[in-house]
Design a protein around this ligand. Structure first.
Ligand code: 5GP
Ligand code: ZN
Length: 114
C-alpha cells in the first residue's frame, strides 16, 4: 500500500534500524522503545491487521513468531524471557495499520497489560 508507513519502512523508503531481513519479513527497532529490547517484525507484503490475514498466511504468521524467537536469542533476551505481541484494531491498541508483532524484553514485563 503506497501510503503505508511500514510498507515504506520495509521498502527502505523511510529509514529504520534493521534487526532482521529476508524476502518475506523485515524487523526493525521501534522508534519509541517500551523496553530495553523493542523490535517490530512485519511481513513485507501489506496486511492491514491480523483480521485481514487468512489461511494462506499460515506459514507467514508462523515465521513471524519463529523469527521473533531467533531475534530474542540474538539480542540476548531468550533466557530471561520476552513477550511477542500483536495489537489488533482500535481496542487492541493498534496505531499502525500494517500487521506487526512487537518483540519486547530486557526487563520484567507486567501483566495484565493496560
Ligand atoms: P502499534 O501501536 O500499532 O501496535 O505499534 C506501532 C509501533 O510502531 C509503536 O510502538 C511505534 O512506536 C512504532 N512506530 C511508529 N512509527 C514508527 C517509525 O517511523 N519508525 C519506527 N521504527 N517505529 C515506529
Ligand atoms: Zn503496509
Amino acid at each position: 500500500m503506497s501510503d503505508c508507513l511500514f510498507c515504506k519502512i520495509a521498502a527502505g523508503e523511510i529509514p529504520s534500524k534493521e534487526a532482521y531481513a529476508d524476502d518475506e519479513l523485515y524487523a526493525f527497532h521501534d522508534i519509541s522503545p517500551q523496553a530495553p529490547v523493542h523490535v517490530l517484525l512485519i511481513p513485507r507484503r501489506h496486511i492491514g491487521s491480523l483480521n485481514e490475514a487468512s489461511e494462506d498466511d499460515q506459514a507467514l504468521l508462523g515465521r513471524l513468531l519463529l523469527t521473533g524467537q531467533k531475534l530474542a536469542a540474538e539480542l540476548g533476551i531468550a533466557e530471561g524471557g520476552y513477550r511477542l505481541v500483536n495489537n489488533c484494531g482500535a481496542d487492541g491498541g493498534q496505531t499502525v495499520h500494517h500487521l506487526h508483532v512487537h518483540l519486547l524484553g530486557g526487563r520484567g514485563l507486567t501483566w495484565p497489560p493496560g
